[in-house]
Design a protein around this ligand. Structure first.
Ligand code: 5MM
Length: 331
């Protein structure tokens, strides 16, 4: 039987983190369009190859979250991506949620789909090489009105059902209740919502008897809303983020991974560095790491533009950002 705690802990190996390369088709098309790249299945495969086959990434990455499509694809080296990652000591994981839809009673809020056929899909993903999984819930802040308690509770219930199914299938679950940066809210409001979200999630996990020791929590940082025009210092972000997590995440979890959420690569790196430092000072009990998509990919995509001849320079930019983010874990 797989030792899920050991697998979960291995994703927090010193100086290493998790690349989120799990954009769904819709998100990948939108992401690449931002850089002027028109996307079909082959361009998406090249997009994955750019990052997953960058030489030397095993020095910085313990795992990669893939989209289900990528589990079945080969890189330009003709090797299946999951097998090739594993051969380099990088754990392949997979996003298992099927995206979000508006909640009928509260249409400005979202609920995540994907529980119905989850056991069957997990069995397939496992055969295809995945050893961990991820489910994203989206939590929107609007003044003191949103998130509504019912949206928080329903998303927490689905995260708990997901985690239970995944553990029964012998895989590690990453639970990602993302509190969105979009909005005019203050940093203090973001901190309060992260805290309330995590408290709700852990109280429902308890009701579902989910084993805390083999789960990984993926969280947003406590940042002022993007439309508030307030620029937080890394120390301010670290103070609020660590306080929110200390008040809500039990010590037993395998670890906490941060998402970048639309921050620039520099911001996501500086904030991670300050969070690491603050967590150490506060005697935080869990290991920390990064699980970024945009903040790790942006600089490379700006160079790549979908052109073969730009691959070496784009990979150098990706490696440089990985080096900086990995160094932020040592602060
Ligand atoms: C919040 O998005 C996750 C982390 O990415 P960032 O560091 O860019 O915030 C990411 O793993 C996300 O869950 C995937 O890209 C999948 O997104 P979609 O929208 O395709 O479900």
């Amino acid at each position: 039987m797989t030792d899920l705690v050991a697998v979960a802990r291995s994703l927090f190996a010193e100086g290493k983190g998790i690349l989120a390369a799990d954009e769904s088709v819709h998100s990948a098309v939108a992401r690449l369009a931002d850089f002027g790249i028109a996307t079909g299945p082959e361009m998406r495969r090249q997009f994955r190859d750019l990052f997953l086959n960058t030489p030397g990434i095993e020095q910085y990455l313990s795992g990669v979250i893939l989209f289900s499509e990528t589990l079945l694809e080969k890189g330009n080296d003709k090797k299946f991506f999951p097998k090739s990652l594993l051969a380099r000591g990088i754990a392949p994981g997979v996003k298992v949620d099927l995206g979000t839809e508006p909640i009928s009673a509260s249409p400005e809020e979202l609920i995540t789909q994907g529980l119905l056929d989850l056991p069957e899909r997990l069995a397939e993903y496992k055969k295809q090489g995945a050893i961990f999984t991820k489910w994203r819930a989206v939590i929107r802040i609007d003044g003191d009105t949103l998130p509504s308690p019912s949206a928080l509770h329903e998303n927490a219930k689905r995260l708990a059902s997901y985690a239970k199914e995944v553990q029964s299938a012998g895989l590690v679950p990453i639970l990602e209740p993302e509190v969105l940066m979009e909005g005019k809210h203050s940093r203090a409001r973001a901190r309060a919502v992260i805290e309330e979200t995590m408290q709700t999630v852990f109280s429902v996990l308890e009701e579902h008897s989910v084993d805390r020791a083999s789960i990984i929590v993926k969280t947003s940082m406590a940042l002022s809303g993007r439309e508030s025009r307030k620029r937080d210092t890394p120390e301010e972000v670290a103070e609020e983020t660590v306080a929110a997590l200390l008040a809500s995440v039990p010590r037993q979890v395998a670890g906490i991974a941060f998402l970048s959420g639309g921050q620039t690569p520099e911001q996501a790196t500086a904030n991670l560095s300050a969070i690491t430092k603050r967590a150490r000072e506060a005697g935080a009990p869990w290991p920390l790491t990064f699980s970024y998509a945009r903040a790790l990919q942006e600089e490379a995509l700006m160079i790549w533009k979908g052109n073969e001849e730009n691959v070496p320079a784009a990979r150098a930019a990706f490696r440089a950002r990985l080096t900086a983010v990995s160094a932020a874990l040592a602060e």
